[in-house]
Design a protein around this ligand. Structure first.
Ligand code: GLN
Length: 538
């Protein structure tokens, strides 16, 4: 218990439906920039055990951690901003909480007691609240509770928060309430009433927020701040204004005048000094002052929903800054390739990325995109399904294996060049059963992959069921598509490249899940470099 008292727990409250991450990330970054060890966890009150089974239209990308947890895409932001690794403990849902409690009940662990929301569910929530705090690794743990005040499914989380303040000592817990200050155009006025009401609702649950972070389109006047402080029972300097930033990466440097980080340290009675954000400034300098630009075609099936490819987009921000190059993304809906004239679709692009994905829709378009990149010698980057499509295209058009396919799309294909892994064959449950998380990969000496990583062995994150079918490997290699990365334990092909092409590299894993501001992913950095070269030589 000793560590709990040294560790601070901050609870973060969302009050509206917008993505309100900026303040949380800024707070975390600025605390980290003072040498504190900080992490963030997210509690989602929905009933799914994890977002792994959710359609990207529902929830955007599913972010996968090293330990194989399928998590909310917010965890990607946490990793990218803070350059930390998150795990299963950083993302918990109502489904997971209930699942554990019900399993415990079946094991007879509650000794005949009636199992109830209070104390059994709330105890399990508290155990998860404290899992990271108790690890002793962190000075501050920030816990984001998703949803809105007043949601029925959030109530046990709010109750657990109330209790935890008593368990670990009030001085160790700070509650930040994130709230929306709407602007009424006709009246030309900012309105504080919704905030007053949501704070009242929190008070009914026994929680007095310590800090209000006020999402607003216009600056908060002193009068509005005073009104909020008075009606919501917080100090005037604990009313924090939060206005939109152009880019989430600007956020740590913006609005330092609001001093959320200083107030948190002051309330925790922790020593304070100027944060060291030189590295961040350096990154922003490169991001904002590109010396050149490239256009990358991103071929996928959810192109109208960029959140489905969040980590890929962000990896281009990191690798673009690293190369001092602005990366423009041209979204290409896979189904349209082949219907429209392909030359027109790919006109002006300097690189083609075929994205990860599942299922039949758009698959032929993705395969055509691989074909176009291969034949036109355009830099190519295939990720997961993107690599599988490159393999299928090569089989059909170079090895002349007619109707070669992945058994995911065509179980009757005469040439199953991509097939289900042996270990996956008898699995019928969908949730959490893919090949998930970090696996090792040996890189072939002399390959492009090896020259990019400059390492013999790497570790990357996976999320898939199907694989390159190694029975065909020899024929591929003889024709010029080589396996440049192999799993040392299972011999699975994890990376391929085409030798007779300026740059054609693809991977079965998801490199985008490991790119951060501090460590842009080498595969993205090199791909952007190759696109720059291609553009220059056009
Ligand atoms: N659908 C493919 C598989 O399951 C690829 C998955 C992906 O792109 N993440 O193997």
């Amino acid at each position: 218990m000793q560590t709990v008292f040294k560790t601070r727990l901050t609870s973060w409250r969302k009050q509206n439906l917008f993505l309100l991450q900026a303040e949380l990330l800024r707070l975390c970054k600025l605390l980290q920039a003072r040498g504190l060890s900080v992490t963030i966890q997210k509690f989602d009150p929905y009933i799914n055990i994890d977002p792994g089974t959710l359609n990207p239209y529902e929830h955007g990308e599913c972010f996968v951690t090293d330990d194989g947890a399928e998590t909310d895409l917010d965890l990607g932001h946490y990793e990218r901003f803070l350059n930390i690794k998150t795990s299963q403990a950083n993302n918990v849902t109502t489904g997971r909480i209930y699942n554990t409690v019900i399993q415990n009940e079946r094991k007879g662990e509650y000794l005949g007691k009636t199992v109830q929301v209070i104390p059994h569910i709330t105890d399990e929530i508290k155990r998860n609240f404290l899992a990271l705090a108790n690890s002793g690794e962190y000075d501050i743990v920030i816990t984001e509770i998703g949803g809105c005040v007043g949601d029925i499914e959030s109530l046990p989380f709010i109750e657990a928060l109330r209790q935890i303040r008593l368990d670990v000592g009030r001085e160790n817990v700070l509650v930040i309430h994130l709230t929306l200050i709407p602007y009424l155009k006709k009246a030309g006025e900012l309105k504080t009433k919704p905030t007053q009401h949501s704070v009242k609702l929190l008070l009914e649950s026994g929680i007095q927020p310590h800090i209000l972070v006020c999402r607003t389109e216009y600056p908060l006047s002193m009068d509005i701040r005073k009104k909020l402080a008075l009606f919501c029972n917080v100090e005037l300097n604990a009313v924090i204004e939060s206005i939109d930033a152009d880019s989430i990466y600007d956020v740590p440097l913006l609005m330092r005048k609001e001093r959320l980080d200083d107030i948190v340290l002051w309330k925790f009675n922790m020593p304070n000094h100027e944060p060291n954000i030189e590295d961040w400034k350096h990154f922003l300098g490169k991001l904002k002052n590109p010396t050149t630009e490239v256009t990358i075609a991103l071929v996928g099936k959810y192109v109208e929903l960029p959140d489905a490819y969040k980590s890929i987009i962000e990896s281009f921000v990191h690798s673009g800054a690293e190369n001092e190059c602005k990366v423009n993304i041209k979204w290409i809906k896979a189904e349209t390739i082949g219907k429209k004239h392909t030359d027109e679709l790919f006109a002006g692009v300097d690189g083609i990325l075929v994205a990860p994905g599942f299922g039949e829709r758009g698959i032929e378009g993705k395969i055509r995109a691989c074909n176009y990149a291969r034949e036109h010698k355009i830099p190519f980057f295939g990720i997961c399904l993107g690599m599988q499509c490159a393999v299928i295209e090569f089989a059909r058009n170079v090895l002349k294996m007619e109707n070669a396919h992945s058994t995911e799309m065509n179980s009757e294909t005469p040439f199953p060049v991509i097939s289900i892994m042996e270990s996956q064959k008898n699995i019928s449950m969908k949730g959490g059963t893919m090949r998930l998380g970090a696996y090792d990969c040996d890189l072939k000496e002399g390959s492009v992959a090896h020259s990019i990583y400059k390492q013999d062995n790497i570790s990357e994150r996976h999320r898939h069921r199907y694989e390159f079918n190694s029975e065909y490997l020899e024929r591929f290699e003889q024709a010029g598509m080589i396996a440049s990365g192999i799993n040392p334990k299972t011999n699975l092909v994890e990376m391929i490249e085409i030798t007779d092409h300026p740059y054609f590299v693809a991977c079965q894993f998801h490199p985008e899940l490991k790119s951060t501001v501090a460590n842009p992913h080498p595969l993205f950095v090199r791909f952007v470099k190759e696109a720059m070269k291609f553009r220059k030589n056009k």
